[in-house]
Write a protein that binds this ligand. Structure first.
Ligand SMILES: Cc1ncc(C[n+]2csc(CCOP(=O)(O)OP(=O)(O)O)c2C)c(N)n1
Length: 679
């Protein structure tokens, strides 16, 4: 051991290690190995570089820290406790227990200072890229000469697993292209994953790979060399043009005589005997568990006090900004709080009734462009499908390395990274992110959508080409099961508007929401713009389902329930049935999730329980619709893959037609022998 500083460094690092060891041991589950190996890099980062204030964990210009290898959660919890976040030691002692703030993997909404929910490897990597993008955009938009109010780094610790996952390849490629110089990742290069050595599966030259993406890459051979880590982070910060990867050769389970460098240290407690041997080996007192030496605590708390100073300096800078640029300062406050300006939706158009109508994706593009001028921090794009998804903001240009103030994101053909990046942008705050692709490719971004839903992030997905209605591209591109599968994600609101005016309402609703992701399912094909003087107004959308067309004072004989492009088919069927003297109600069910949130009396008003003759129409798998049509009800859907042909042929061939709806309705009403029933 060298001088006093070295000793203090080691004491602090071992404190981090042993908190993880003790917490995992007490919980009798968890991942001790990663924190034991990565403790020195976390120590250097949090005590020498990271800008944060535990007393105000959310101050907007703090550095962001992402623990992408979420299974190493005790590393993060240890750092948060030691630096003084509101995460008492009891929480660490309650690691992984019911109601604790220290779950197995970090969850963004539980402990203060946890910037994102991680665990599914690779997601945090993409989140950090999104945070760095948001930082660059906000800096370009808000900073003025002599007034820098947005200027922070995004740091992360990423692991072998993160770098193996495809999403990290996508996100790293885009980050390099965008030259996100304020993004710095420390790579915990311990060469062990669950099945053993990474030599089993992961032998490419990681440094070369990242250099090829345009990253600045450094290598540290000794993961315990505090000064080498310090020098590398300093050099990474000085490199303004490229994101940085610092490969740090570490040893999983460092200090454990029998488990270091083995997969055994990865995801199981060391065991009482090995804990003892490890403590002895590192010169750590055997008792008490969860020991935090006073000198170590002082050191961490001192670092946190630095952050408080930085925040105060920032506040002073902001005051001066406010004096010189009062309007921008107001805009900044609104952006950070997520508030919308009073008249943000006043230019949303009303579309005139039109039998030919328009595709809802086209209406969406029009609405987006009506809103965009009022919401300067609405920023998004698509995974190389903007001409189809209609997600471009006119008058703005491409968000690129030398044009960070622009609002049109080009994610490239990288749906998964787009999902993770949108999450990172939303987590960063200050921006309202949206992203588009074909609905069928929502499958490519599902892991990120799931996390957006879990975290309650306000992200808007513009999913177009939402059915066989896309036509000739055929079954690979025609979503059949995607809407049902998105509806299966808790906390995700899926909205499938029935015409242009409902699309406008969908955007109004999506942006007006305080939190939670929204998936818009939009058509490629034209569908009629409904005559709202004849039918109920489009703002019924906010209730999820509403009576679009009713019987005149009579009790309905049958209820037709439809979503999106099948609503006009339901209306046609209703017309035919009415000509036969049937009392028909048409319910437009745009969003199951929104309808399910309505009070029971609204449910019974729209779908009276005594009326059991119900037909649902949606050009996708029927799964789930029986919840609304009941056991006796019928569903006109598609339970097989599509085909390549003009869309009107497909609707006909697959029986998603008004005639078929009429037939089903008559069948339910005890008249199966109708002339229309032969097929
Ligand atoms: C997407 C995803 N797949 C699988 C897992 C399960 N898992 C958790 S950790 C891990 C191994 C990761 O190895 P590494 O990243 O090197 O972590 P270390 O062994 O260094 O702790 C796996 C496969 C996961 N968390 N996420």
């Amino acid at each position: 051991m060298g001088n006093g500083q070295d000793e203090l460094d080691e004491l602090c690092i071992n404190t981090i290690r042993m908190l993880a060891v003790d917490a995992v041991q007490r919980a009798n589950s968890g991942h001790p190995g990663m924190p034991m190996g990565a403790a020195p890099m976390a120590y250097v980062l949090w005590t020498r570089f990271l800008t944060y204030n535990p007393a105000n964990p959310r101050w907007p210009n703090r550095d962001r820290f992402v623990l992408s290898a979420g299974h190493g959660s005790m590393l993060l919890y240890g750092m948060l406790h030691l630096t003084g976040y509101d995460l008492p030691l009891e929480e660490l002692q309650n690691f992984r227990q019911w109601n604790s703030k220290t779950p197995g993997h970090p969850e963004s909404y539980l402990a203060p200072g946890v910037e994102t929910t991680t665990g599914p490897l690779g997601q945090g990597f993409a989140n950090g890229v999104g945070m760095a993008i948001a930082e660059r955009f906000l800096a370009a938009h808000f900073n003025r000469p002599g007034h820098t109010i947005v200027d922070h780094y995004t740091y992360g610790i990423v692991s072998d697993g993160d770098l193996m996952e495809g999403v990290s390849h996508e996100a790293a490629s885009l980050a390099g292209h965008l030259r996100l110089g304020k993004l710095i990742y420390l790579y915990d290069d311990n060469r062990i994953s669950i099945e053993g050595s990474t030599d089993l599966t992961f032998t490419e030259d990681r440094a070369l790979r990242f250099r090829a993406y345009g990253w600045h890459v450094q290598q540290i051979d000794d993961g315990n060399d505090v000064e080498a880590i310090t020098r590398a982070i300093r050099a990474a910060r000085e490199e303004a043009e490229c994101p940085s990867l610092i490969g740090v050769r570490t040893h999983i389970g460092y200090g454990s005589p029998n488990k270091q460098d083995t997969a055994e240290a990865h995801g199981a407690p060391l065991g009482a005997d090995e804990v003892k041997l490890t403590k002895q080996n590192l010169g750590w007192p055997l008792e008490p568990a969860f020991l935090i030496p006073g000198e170590a605590l002082d050191c961490f708390r001192q670092a946190a006090r630095e952050g408080e100073k930085r925040e105060n300096e920032w506040k002073a800078r902001f005051e001066s900004y406010k004096q010189t640029h009062p309007q921008l300062a107001e805009e900044w406050k609104r952006a950070i709080s997520g508030e919308l300006p009073a008249d943000w939706d006043k230019d949303i158009p009303t579309f005139p009734a039109d039998a030919k109508g328009m595709a809802t994706r086209v209406a969406s593009g029009t609405v987006l462009n009506a809103i965009a001028p009022k919401l300067p921090t609405l920023i998004g794009g698509s995974a190389d499908l903007a001409p189809s998804t209609k997600t471009l903001i006119k008058g703005s240009h491409a968000f690129q390395a030398d044009h960070y103030g622009e609002r049109n994101m080009h994610f490239g053909v990288r749906e998964h990274a787009m999902g993770g990046i949108l999450n990172g942008m939303a987590l960063h705050g200050g921006v309202m992110p949206y992203g588009g692709t074909f609905l069928v490719f929502s499958d490519y971004m599902r892991p990120a959508i799931r996390l957006a839903a879990m975290m309650g992030l306000k992200v808007i997905y513009v999913f177009t080409h939402d059915s066989i209605g896309l036509g000739e591209d055929g079954p690979t591109h025609q979503p059949i099961e995607q809407i049902a599968s998105l509806r299966a994600i808790p906390n995700l609101t899926v909205i499938r508007p029935a015409d242009a005016n409902e699309t406008a309402e969908a955007w109004r609703f999506a942006l007006g929401q305080e939190s939670g992701p929204i998936a818009l399912a939009l058509t490629r094909q034209d569908i009629p713009t409904l005559d709202r003087s004849k039918y109920a107004p489009a703002d019924g959308l906010s209730r999820g389902a509403y009576i679009l067309s009713n019987t005149e004072g009579k009790k309905p004989d049958v209820i037709l329930i439809a979503s999106g492009s099948e609503v006009h088919i339901a209306l046609e069927a209703a017309h035919e049935l009415r000509q036969k003297g049937t009392a028909v109600r048409v319910v437009n069910m745009t969003s199951w999730e929104l309808f399910d949130k309505q009070p029971v009396d609204y449910h019974t008003q729209v779908l009276p329980p005594e009326i059991m003759a119900r037909v649902a129409i949606e050009s996708g798998v029927p799964q789930g619709w029986h919840r609304y049509v009941g056991e006796r009800g019928e569903v006109v859907g598609i339970d097989h893959f599509g085909a390549s042909a003009p869309y009107n042929v497909l609707f006909e061939k697959f029986g998603v037609t008004a005639d078929r709806v009429v037939e089903k309705a008559l069948g339910l009403m005890g008249n199966p022998k109708s002339t229309l029933s032969e097929d």
